[in-house]
Design a binder for this molecule. Structure first.
Ligand SMILES: O=c1nc[nH]c2c1ncn2[C@H]1C[C@H](O)[C@@H](COP(=O)(O)OP(=O)(O)OP(=O)(O)O)O1
Ligand SMILES: [Mg+2]
Length: 197
């Protein structure tokens, strides 16, 4: 069995990676399986830089093939914010509901859905001990809803209306989200790279 560590403590991400990678024969582990793992600071200025920082630190520490995910929400009306600060937008507690509330507040008075355009961005970095780190990116286009809807997923899913589907990400099943998400798109590109190497 091919073993891979996902360098994340985010339960929502872990579930999605498991669902996407298990059918391909990967045994997925995450930092939730290593509760006293090292803490990697996200000091980069881009999603890609942060993904590289997390992937290389963890693959070096455990000497194992590692994927890291740095992702977030970019809102056009806010010039791309919260961007790489998505997890800490409403403070270091990384509270999903507080982050949602802050975004809805930021967009108060912006009443046209077209003016609330946004995208999810996911950068993935693959680090193999002794190898050269590879990176890919995936995106998912949409709009910030006027109010939250749905219970599925995590993070900003309840306020992200997926373009063309016209419903929030949090109303999609896990399978539906994994067909269209920024994370699924990025991972598909990464699998191609792994298969070729
Ligand atoms: O599919 C998604 N659906 C909804 N929200 C999402 C998604 N993907 C990322 N997001 C949000 C969650 C968090 O506010 C930020 C990620 O921040 P990010 O630093 O990459 O992850 P994190 O700190 O939660 O876990 P970790 O760094 O251990 O991987 O973007
Ligand atoms: Mg983080």
């Amino acid at each position: 069995m091919k073993e891979i560590i996902i360098a994340t403590k985010n339960k929502g991400k872990v579930k999605e990676f498991e669902a996407l990678l298990a059918p391909l024969g990967y045994l997925v582990q995450s930092l939730l399986d290593y509760p006293d793992s090292i803490d990697v600071e996200e000091t980069g200025t881009t999603f890609e830089e942060n993904a590289i920082l997390k992937a290389e630190a963890i693959s070096t520490h455990y000497q194992r093939m590692t994927i890291a995910d740095d992702s977030g929400l970019a809102i056009d009306y806010l010039d791309g914010k919260p961007g790489i600060f998505s997890a800490r937008y409403a403070g270091l507690a990384k509270d999903d509901q507080a982050n949602i509330n802050k975004v809805l507040e930021d967009l108060t008075g912006v009443d046209e859905l077209e003016s609330r355009s946004a995208r999810f961005i996911c950068a993935l970095a693959l680090s193999i001990p002794g190898g050269k780190t590879k990176t890919v990116e995936g995106t998912c286009e949409g709009y910030i809803a006027m109010k939250q809807q749905g219970e599925n997923g995590f993070g900003y899913d309840p306020i992200f209306i997926v373009k063309n589907l016209n419903k929030t990400m949090a109303t999609l099943s896990k399978e539906e989200k994994n067909r269209i998400s920024h994370r699924a798109e990025a991972l598909e590109k990464l699998i191609d790279i792994i298969d070729q190497s």
